[in-house]
Design a protein around this ligand. Structure first.
Ligand SMILES: *Cc1c(COP(=O)(O)O)cnc(C)c1O
Length: 367
């Protein structure tokens, strides 16, 4: 069976460097808020071309902390609305809810899978304070249109860059395309730790200072607390591992794109729709998502051919029990896509033979 993702194989590629990094932390005697975190924050902010990076506990917290900073700054208050795509991982909405704000779901563009700017405009009210743009599956959201909307309606623009480390849009990297950006380093992401980890990047010193303080019990010096903060910190072991993996991020993204180049050229089946790359930058293909009107049958066929696939995501946010209040919302494109999408294996350690087999199976499928 070709696994959808083989994290052991992926990690094994740098196992000795990772073990060395972990062992350095183990013998340092310093495990939280130390120089490994500081080093990774500096490396990652330079990589993104952004002024500040704050390592936090995970991607959900990263989004939450940005919103909490805006609440603290008086930019928004409980009950205000934040527009985000219906077509995303539920964390984007949960972060908004957790901060006492109201998530408002916008529909997506059927070609790019990303948030549709027209749908965003339709949902703006006097309570709207921010837009969260998710760079879904590694493709940057339409940031130019979104920033024009944000400027016009005086809204904050936030990136959920959890799926797009290293992606480029109009010459700039993700993390540097809005007022602030949230990253997740969950193990399966393009830049993954070996546990939970996340970061916020921003060019605003005010947001950076606030989040640094907020994520560490609201403390700006030990045992003195300026805010009712929380505990969400990037630990030293994960930071040391991430510094190793960051060195290989561009090469890994290139590997992904090379496999994508083969998929796009060689998969040739009139009943299968392939994703596009876009022309405004560099897509990093966190996921390679194809479409078929017979998706469930295609997935079973691939399993019979020893190819594991996944569905991202099997149930949109407004159909989840957790958001039963949104059940009746009209999100046509999101729902249409939801029944057709299928994610193929796509990772650096996929062998040529495995790629051949995936292409062969898809080309020999009949509806
Ligand atoms: C993974 C992911 C998150 C959440 O990250 P965690 O580190 O698991 O909290 C948020 N948004 C998107 C789009 C994601 O893919």
């Amino acid at each position: 069976m070709i696994p959808f993702l083989d994290l052991k194989r992926e990690t094994d590629r740098y196992a000795s460097e990772i073990k060395e990094a972990v062992s350095r932390v183990v013998s340092s005697g310093w495990y939280i808020q130390g120089q490994e975190k500081e080093r990774f924050e500096n490396d990652f902010s330079s990589y993104c071309g952004v002024a500040h990076c704050i390592g936090v506990g995970n991607g959900l917290d990263a989004i939450c902390l940005i919103l909490k900073a805006y609440i603290e700054m008086g930019v928004m208050e409980e009950g205000d609305e934040v527009i985000l795509p219906a077509n995303t991982f539920i964390a984007t909405a949960l972060a908004v809810s957790q901060c006492g704000l109201v998530p408002v779901l916008a529909d997506c563009d059927i070609q790019t899978f990303n948030i549709d700017p027209i749908s965003v405009i339709e949902r703006i009210t006097s309570k709207t304070k921010a837009i969260i743009a998710v760079h879904l599956f590694g493709r940057v959201a339409p940031m130019q249109e979104l920033s024009e909307i944000a400027n016009k309606y005086n809204l904050k623009l936030i990136e959920d860059a959890a799926q797009a480390h290293g992606a480029i849009y109009q010459g700039k990297k993700t993390g540097n395309l809005a007022d602030a950006a949230a990253f997740s380093f969950y193990p399966t992401k393009n830049l993954g730790a070996l546990g939970d980890a996340g970061a916020v990047t921003t060019n605003s010193a005010d947001i950076s200072d606030l989040i640094r303080c907020f994520s560490n019990y609201g403390s700006d010096s030990k045992y003195f607390h300026r805010y009712k903060g929380l505990n969400s910190r990037l630990d030293e072991i994960q930071a040391a591992i991430l510094s190793v993996r960051l060195k290989y991020l561009d090469a890994d993204n290139r590997n992904r794109r090379q496999i994508v180049d083969r998929y796009s050229v060689e998969i040739d089946n009139k009943d299968i729709l392939l994703p596009t790359k876009g022309s405004d930058g560099e897509h990093v293909f966190h996921l390679y998502v194809i479409r078929s009107t017979q998706r469930d049958r295609l997935q079973s066929y691939l399993i019979e051919n020893e190819i594991q696939t996944q569905i991202h995501y099997p149930l949109p946010i407004h159909k989840q029990q957790a958001y039963a209040e949104f059940e009746k919302q009209n999100l046509r494109m999101t729902e249409l896509l939801n029944n057709e999408i299928l994610s193929l294996p796509l990772y650096s350690s996929l062998s040529t033979k495995e790629i051949d087999k995936i292409i062969y199976a898809l080309n020999n499928w009949q509806e």
